[in-house]
Design a binder for this molecule. Structure first.
Ligand SMILES: Cc1cc2nc3c(=O)[nH]c(=O)nc-3n(C[C@H](O)[C@H](O)[C@H](O)COP(=O)(O)OP(=O)(O)OC[C@H]3O[C@@H](n4cnc5c(N)ncnc54)[C@H](O)[C@@H]3O)c2cc1C
Ligand code: SF4
Length: 339
């Protein structure tokens, strides 16, 4: 591990002022002159330990006062500070009552030990877990190279990779919590070094590979996430989240699904928000599934139609065709859980 200096940021403004022209815009572009923000540090220090990142300065944003609050108002909704830990989210009773899909997603992410350390801001800003991306020896497309090693039809190890939007980089986003946040129509509050704040939807926070293969989100070097905001649920809002993994105790997602619906008295779906995780390079809103279930009774037949509609556009790679039936079963099950 290389030597780096440590800066303890006292405020959002202070952290952003520490960012100078040498800050790493993307983790992998970092040189030994770069500075990097660190919240929980789980992902940042994985990069340092693997030799993929040699920062000169680590700016610790973890102890900035005010970024560790959870505020729920039944009319205004939920505001979560970017430094709130996953453990704090998992044990929050208002989140369990009002945002069940988020509660379930957080409880199925990582391990209890990791959840004690990981923050929500760091979770949604973490980079993907493609093994080639995480190997210093593979200068792949996402790292400015010319090849996607995972995409190779014979040698590509692509069993965990994308089945949708997989024309160039075929990685999947690592944050399974973002699947639920996007389904709950969350927004991300971002502060910049000029003291301005903007609020963007989760749908716009993530960047598709067709737009820019080097990025997974819109964050610029001199920007910090300060909050994640969820709209207030109505009395008819119901939600569910299911994650499929290889190892039950803890694991990265093979495929996860979050469903948030407005249901009328006769069990009819009035509006649906359905998001798939580990299906595409960023969390994927399935307009196909949403349209198929809207204005329909929530039952097994209609849930199966919605699941089939979602997977009609899937184009599996050589080693991940198992994900198509996995998603079909999981989407159907998640829709039925809210009936
Ligand atoms: C074995 C293992 C299993 C895991 N399983 C899951 C899982 O199933 N689901 C899941 O969702 N996650 C999972 N994770 C991810 C983990 O829970 C953390 O959320 C994640 O690694 C990063 O959180 P962090 O707070 O440590 O971020 P850090 O490592 O501190 O930061 C990550 C990135 O975000 C940037 N950053 C941090 N905070 C901000 C901010 N406020 N504004 C702008 N940029 C910021 C940093 O500069 C860095 O680029 C797993 C991790 C491990 C190691
Ligand atoms: S899937 Fe993406 S991150 Fe993985 S090797 Fe291909 S280009 Fe790189």
């Amino acid at each position: 591990m290389n030597k780096f200096s440590w800066y303890e940021a006292k405020s959002v403004e202070d952290a952003l002022q520490q960012v100078n022209s040498t800050v790493s815009k993307e983790l992998y572009q970092a040189t030994n002159k770069a500075a990097v923000f660190k919240s929980g540090g789980i992902d940042v220090f994985d990069w340092v330990k693997e030799g993929l990142l040699q920062p000169k300065k680590v700016i610790n944003i973890r102890n900035i006062p005010g970024l560790d609050k959870i505020n729920f108002d039944s009319k205004k909704g939920l505001r979560i500070g970017s430094n709130v830990t996953l453990a704090e989210l998992a044990s929050n009773p208002e989140i369990k009552t009002n945002y069940l899909a988020l509660h379930q997603a957080v409880n199925h992410a990582a391990t209890p030990q990791l959840r004690n350390v990981s923050t929500l801001g760091g979770n949604i800003a973490q980079r993907n877990r493609c093994w080639y991306f995480r190997s210093a020896e593979h200068e792949c497309l996402r790292k400015g190279g010319y090849l996607c090693y995972a995409h190779h039809p014979e040698n590509g190890e692509n069993e965990n990779h994308a089945i949708i939007d997989n024309g160039s980089c075929v990685s999947v986003h690592a944050s399974s919590i973002s699947t639920a946040l996007m389904a709950h129509n969350a927004t991300v509050v971002i502060a910049d070094s000029e003291g301005k704040k903007k609020e963007v939807s989760m749908d716009d926070f993530f960047v598709s590979t067709s737009k820019d293969v080097s990025k997974e989100n819109i964050l610029e070097a001199k920007e910090l996430i300060t909050e994640i905001v969820l709209p207030a649920p109505t009395k008819n809002t119901k939600s569910a989240y299911i994650k499929q993994v290889e190892r039950e105790s803890y694991d990265w997602s093979l495929g996860d699904v979050a469903v948030v619906v407005e249901v009328s008295g006769n069990n009819t779906c009035r509006s649906a928000s359905i998001v798939l995780g580990a299906a595409a390079p960023v969390p994927y809103r399935s307009m196909e599934a949403q349209q198929a279930i809207e204005d329909k009774t929530i039952n097994a037949a209609n849930a199966a139609v919605a699941a089939k509609a979602a997977m009609a556009i899937a184009q599996p790679l050589a080693k991940n065709s198992y994900k198509v039936p996995l998603f079909e079963a999981t989407i159907k099950q998640a829709i039925l859980e809210i009936s």
